[in-house]
Design a protein around this ligand. Structure first.
Ligand code: NAD
Length: 486
């Protein structure tokens, strides 16, 4: 089983059984998984194809009646076991993640806690009542709403949070009583495989959890075309989200779409500037900037602009860059397309009049995927970085004068995932919260997400919510029942 996993990775972890060489329904093809820090191949994974994708749906469809009919407390017990196994394997899972994704090891450990928290949350949420009474408008009739699992759910996830994006979807779908087919990103299949091994150990019946790795367009295309797949939950770019939205129209699937972000980070005068700088660093540079919640555009009130720029640059210049296992502040980016995007956004901003305060290029001594943390000031609204998701360690700072002006500029985007606001003036905070067209508004702090929170965006940042009760309900249908005793 471990033939295709290099010694380099197997040596790093205590439980080599977490590294099967293939996903479910794999064929002869192989996918090389690279360590972004070194470019070295850490594993070769056997991949599947359209036939495998169809076979996965066959298995999920066959498992669905038994799984959905199981008592909720029995399903919850399996989810609780999965939760315990994920936490027990935290160090191994974190090291696997660093090997294929590159993020700093302490961030990887934090992601495992976050990933596990969804499994725990939905183990408990699965026990909540799934029948709701309705006040009758007819004499002698009783009315109820039953929530029933939708059926087979397809889950498609990105590489930036290789474990949490899977559990956030899978735990909710499984808690609701759906069986699942999962397609992880080609960059991070090992984390997905390790979670699948732990799911098997937790005791999910055969066919309930199926992980299929391989050509995304073929596999996911097979699922969007298959009428047996009743729900599609996708996290990734808005571009691919639009494509899957169109593909799903043919079979009218239930959709959850967690798409791109382009977060504004607004600092008003009378904010706690130390705090704004500290939280701004987190909002921009966590996950090496490769985060849908990443702050892309900093709008700073003129009275504090110069001071904020100076303090922010001083803090950025202290950030360390290095391979994830050295636990730096910033690791490598995932692939060279990400590097190209950073370079293009920096060059475009400079050409349009921005000033480079620090960084701006690759740290070649570290390797081709290490982009220096970068700060640009006086970035005009016409610059690409003020309109597109940069998804990397480049911060764009811009000055504003008036409240209405900054809300208009912050809202002038097709995205609407999260907005950050720093101020100690409650009335201003209230006005900002009202004005900003974002699914999440974070005031005076950066990390606001968690399993009990309905995570999601407005506009083209997505459809529906993940996490919280809403995350489970996305995998259910309402059946209205009326019983007339008259
Ligand atoms: P991506 O859209 O390229 O890929 C996401 C998933 O879709 C992967 O599993 C990939 O294999 C699959 N995919 C790619 N092309 C496909 C196709 N033609 N048909 C079917 N499936 C296809 O995104 P990415 O580069 O992996 O991730 C980065 C993006 O994800 C960013 O835009 C980021 O904002 C977004 N993201 C959003 C959230 C959120 O919760 N809103 C969270 C994390 C990442």
């Amino acid at each position: 089983m471990l033939d295709d996993i290099s010694a380099r990775l197997a040596e790093r972890i205590g439980d080599p059984g977490l590294l099967p060489g293939s996903g479910d329904f794999a064929g002869d093809g192989r996918l090389a998984v690279r360590d972004p820090a070194t470019g070295a191949v850490v594993a070769k994974v056997a991949i599947s194809d359209r036939d495998g994708a169809r076979a996965a749906v066959d298995a999920a469809q066959a498992a669905f009646p038994g799984w959905s009919a199981m008592l909720p407390q029995d399903r919850a017990a399996i989810l609780h076991r999965w939760y315990g196994l994920i936490l027990a394997a935290k160090e191994d899972l974190a090291r696997i993640m660093v090997a294929e994704q590159g993020k700093p090891i302490s961030e990887a450990r934090g992601e495992i806690d976050y990933a596990a928290s969804f499994v725990q949350f939905y183990a408990e949420e699965a026990l909540r009542p799934n029948i709701e009474g309705v006040t009758s408008h007819l004499p002698d009739a009783e009315m109820e709403l039953w929530r029933e699992p939708v059926g087979v759910a397809a889950l498609v996830t990105p590489w930036n949070f290789p474990c949490a994006m899977i559990t956030r979807k899978a735990a909710a779908a499984l808690g609701a009583g759906c069986s699942v087919v999962i397609h992880p990103s080609a960059e991070t299949p090992l984390s997905a495989l390790a979670l699948a091994v732990l799911a098997r150990r937790a005791g999910f019946p055969a066919g309930v959890v199926n992980t299929v790795i391989g050509d995304a367009a073929g596999i996911v295309g097979e699922w969007t075309a298959d009428a047996r797949v009743r729900a599609l939950s996708f996290t990734g770019s808005t571009e691919v989200g639009r494509l899957l939205y169109r593909q799903s129209a043919e079979t009218v699937k239930r959709l959850v779409m967690e798409l791109g972000g382009h977060a504004p980070f607004i600092v008003f005068e009378h904010a706690d500037l130390d705090r704004a700088v500290r939280e701004g660093i987190k909002a921009k540079f966590a996950t090496s900037g490769q985060d849908c919640l990443g702050a892309n555009r900093f709008y700073i009130h003129r009275p504090v602009y110069a001071e904020f720029c100076a303090r922010f640059v001083a803090a950025v210049e202290k950030l360390t860059l290095g391979p994830g296992m050295e636990d730096p502040d910033i690791g490598p980016l995932i692939h060279d397309r990400q590097i190209d995007k950073q370079k293009a956004h920096v060059a475009d901003a400079l050409a349009k009049g921005a000033r480079l305060l620090t960084g701006g290029n690759v740290d070649k001594a570290r390797g081709p995927l290490f982009f220096r943390p970068t700060v640009l000031a006086d970035v005009p609204d016409e610059a690409a970085i003020m309109r597109e998701e940069t998804f990397g360690p480049v911060a764009a700072l811009s000055v504003f004068d008036a409240e209405d002006e900054v809300y208009a500029r912050a809202n002038a985007s097709e995205y609407g995932l999260v907005a950050y606001v720093h101020s100690l003036d409650p009335r201003r905070i209230y006005r900002a919260t009202r004005a900003l067209q974002y699914g999440m508004v974070a005031v005076n702090r950066t990390k606001v997400t968690g399993a009990p929170i309905p995570f999601g965006g407005m506009k083209q940042s997505g459809l529906g919510r993940e996490g919280a009760r809403q995350g489970l309900e996305a995998f259910t249908e309402i059946k209205y029942v009326c019983r007339d005793w008259g």
